[in-house]
Every structure is written in C-alpha cells, then in structure tokens.
Design a protein around this ligand. Structure first.
Ligand SMILES: C[S@@+](CC[C@H](N)C(=O)[O-])C[C@H]1O[C@@H](n2cnc3c(N)ncnc32)[C@H](O)[C@@H]1O
Length: 233
C-alpha cells in the first residue's frame, strides 16, 4: 500500500492535538493503562532507570527539547538546564506543559519539526518518545536537523518505547486498534481514529542506524524502554 507521508504526518499532528488532555493517562498508568500495583511499581522502576541515566548524562547549558509534549521530561530538564527551549507542534500539549513545569524562563515554540530550523546552536538536544514517530524514510533528515541544532561539543539524549522482549502486556496500548508496518491506527476516548507513525526500534538496530549517520552512540534498554546518548563521532 502506498502511504502519503505528508498526509500521515498531518494526521499524527492532529492526533496529538486531540489527545492532549488524555495523554498523561498513558504515562501515569491510569484508566485504560492501569494494570495493577505490581506493574505500576515495575513501570516506575524502569522510569527511575531512565531518570538516573539522564541525571548521569547531565543536561546542562543551552538545552533543546524536541516534541516536549505535556512536560514529563521538560520538568526534569528544567532542573539542570541553564536555558531550556521546548518545541512541539501542538499548542494544546504545550499549554499543559507550561502548567506542569511552571517556569516562566522556559522558552516554548509551536512548530512542525519536519519544517523547522534552529536559530542558535544548543549544548544538548533531548527527545523522548519522538524518534519512533519519525518515518524511517526521514531518519537521515531528522539526524541532519539534530546536527544543525548542536554546537561542536553538543550531545543528544533520547528515550523511546521498545517492544517488550518478554511479550508482557504493559507496553501494549489499549488505544491502538490496528498494528501496521511502522504505523499504528489509534483511537481516542471520543472514538475518533488517527494513523500515526510508530517505529519500534530494537536497541542494537537503533544504535547501528544512528552510527551510520556518523554519530558516536550508546543505546541501552530496559524491558519497555530504550534510551541513550549520542555525540559527534
Ligand atoms: C509521544 S508524544 C511525546 C511527548 C513527550 N516528549 C513525552 O515524553 O511525553 C509525541 C509529541 O510529538 C508532538 N508532535 C507530533 N508531530 C509533530 C511534529 N510534526 N512536529 C513537532 N511535534 C510533533 C506531539 O504533539 C506530541 O507532543
């Protein structure tokens, strides 16, 4: 099937605008994502591993967060960054982000990352649960954008989902009504449906793809997440 990628990416943006008020249910494992106390404790444990890795990385200096969403990671970045800029295409999610983070010194920009260029170089670029929404065909262009965002000593930290290697249920999303190749058909509480890009990289595969783009990269994983740092080779 031929996919009109521009239409798909527009649908993905619409999905996240419409989902803004429902988004946190996923991260907080509430409502349809509630799978009991034991899995919540495990989820929090794995998020703790991501948190510790980000702390060790040290997101200091002039920091840029791409696709910052409702601000779960923005609030952590704001603690260490000297200056923080957050870009996202959804004004609705950025409104929630502002509310959560409550920092007037954080700079927010509503923009489409497939059509955006930085004004100034950054020391750190961070993105969580974003790379999996970049079509494989745009992987190289995306990493060229990241390069354009960084100063010569700049570094990247990324976090994303992975398929559960143990086949557990936690990472499965009850709002996904159909799994396609690198694509999900998702629904919202009101029954509306949207296609989104979803590339579920395995840690080794992602590491080698990023290295092929000319970076020095270390990708690690937990059962449900991949994460790691990237720097100029
Ligand atoms: C899965 S969420 C991740 C949000 C946040 N980083 C987090 O960890 O919770 C993906 C985010 O990408 C944003 N987004 C979708 N398409 C975009 C685009 N073309 N340009 C910029 N942001 C986009 C959405 O609005 C949404 O906030």
């Amino acid at each position: 099937m031929v996919v009109d990628e521009d239409a798909l990416l527009a649908e993905q943006k619409s999905f996240y605008r419409a989902r803004a008020a429902e988004y946190d249910e996923w991260w907080q494992r509430r409502g349809h994502y509630d799978r009991g106390e034991q899995e919540l404790v495990e989820w929090q444990h794995q998020v703790g591993i991501l948190d510790a890795a980000l702390n060790a990385f040290g997101a200091r200096g002039n920091v840029l967060e791409l696709a910052g969403g409702t601000g779960w990671w923005t609030q952590r970045l704001a603690e260490t960054a000297d200056h923080l800029t957050v870009v996202d295409s959804s004004p609705e999610t950025l409104a929630l982000n502002r509310e959560r983070v409550g920092r007037p010194d954080v700079h927010y920009e509503v923009a489409d990352l497939f059509d955006w260029h930085p004004d100034s170089p950054y020391d750190v670029v961070f993105f969580s649960f974003w790379l999996s929404h970049v079509p494989r065909a745009r992987f190289g262009d995306f990493w060229a954008l990241v390069r354009a965002c960084l100063n010569p000593n700049g570094r990247v930290f990324l976090i994303d989902n992975r398929n559960d290697p143990l086949g557990g249920s936690s990472a499965r999303d009850p709002y996904v009504v159909e799994y396609g190749t690198d694509m999900h058909l998702r629904t919202l509480g009101d029954g509306s449906r949207y296609r989104v890009v979803k590339v579920m990289y395995e840690p080794d595969e992602l590491e080698s793809l990023i290295a092929t783009e000319g970076w020095s990269v270390e990708i690690e994983s937990t059962q449900w997440f991949i994460f790691g740092s990237v720097r100029h080779a």
